[in-house]
Ligand binder design. Structure first.
Ligand code: ATR
Length: 281
């Protein structure tokens, strides 16, 4: 019987997940499908409460339903527990299980691009303090960093990250930016600044360490103004597309029983889709 999975969101039509999972289904010759489920906020608790009725073996969950998926899952992986958000669901003996693979996606993307990135890295600077930042801070702390500096426009949200994660998180004011970046070896943008249609993230990178790595979770455009500025300064950069590709791996393995690879062919496929929609630049 064809195994069916999908991404659940609202809206969800823009999701690249069908492209990614469709590529893996085809390349592994698996009898499966991956579709889109647009579920309105008013209906999500009912939908997840009887997930088996959907006929899906599992699903990805995207905005704005990650917290609802967290509440609905009977079993949770430790990352989902730490973040209070689930982006991957599956059924086990009829029980709904949930995981958060965004952290894996972020870390695996850096591992693939710069295998040595944690070596001698004591501290990182994270820009932003929303849901995406929470996962990334969790991931960085899990790799043993001594300190994660969190700069956010709304300082109280940066302080909330320290309250959640403890003293290894240092909240700083957004306006202290130039000083915050002095000697920084890893800079991560989790804000929406630089995304197509948003203002650029316009900060002075000259104080960063010359061996700094700069990464952005925004991938539309692929080379954000932040990454372009970092490259112009000769710094290493990692774009955000790899995070999207890597976060998909654990779900596919759960639903279809094969651990897929993030290949350059897959990346090219998604890049071609971005280009076709005018979102590459
Ligand atoms: P997500 O869950 O995707 O992280 P979010 O919770 O809306 O989304 O967080 C967006 C992040 O971008 C926040 O850190 C936000 O800063 P505030 O907490 O002050 O809102 C940041 N952000 C958005 N627009 C910004 C801007 N113009 N200048 C600085 N930061 C901005």
């Amino acid at each position: 019987m064809t195994r069916r999975a999908a991404v659940i969101g609202h809206p969800v039509a823009h999701s690249r997940s069908p492209l990614i999972h469709g590529y893996w289904l085809k390349s592994h010759g698996i009898d499966g499908s991956y579709g889109l489920f647009d579920v309105a906020p008013a209906d999500i608790d009912r939908f997840l409460g009887d997930f088996a009725a959907s006929g899906l073996v599992g699903a990805n969950v995207t905005v704005p339903h990650k917290e609802a998926a967290f509440r609905a899952a009977r079993e949770l992986d430790p990352v989902a527990v730490a973040l209070g958000a689930v982006n991957t669901l599956w059924l086990e003996d009829g029980r709904l299980c949930g995981a958060n693979t965004d952290v894996h996606g972020f870390l695996a993307n850096l591992d693939a691009a710069e295998p040595d990135w944690t070596r001698a890295l004591g501290e990182a600077v994270v820009l932003g303090a929303g849901g995406a930042a929470r996962g990334i801070i969790h991931g960085l702390l899990s790799r043993g960093l001594d300190r994660v500096v969190v700069a956010n426009r709304t300082f109280a949200r940066a302080e909330a990250m320290r309250a959640h994660f403890g003293p290894r998180v240092l909240p700083v004011e957004w306006r202290d930016m130039p000083a915050t970046l002095a000697g920084c070896q890893l800079l991560v943008n989790t804000t929406s600044l630089g995304m197509k249609g948003q203002p650029p993230l316009d900060i002075d990178l000259s104080a960063l360490s010359p061996d700094a790595l700069v990464t952005d979770i925004v991938y539309v455009p692929l080379v954000t103004p932040l990454l372009a500025a970092a490259r112009a300064q000769g710094l290493a950069t990692v774009d955000g597309l790899g995070m999207l590709l890597h976060q998909a791996v654990p779900g596919f393995e759960r639903w279809f029983g094969v651990r897929p690879q993030v290949t350059s062919e897959l990346r090219e496929l998604v890049l071609a889709d971005l280009a076709a929609k005018g979102q590459l630049a």
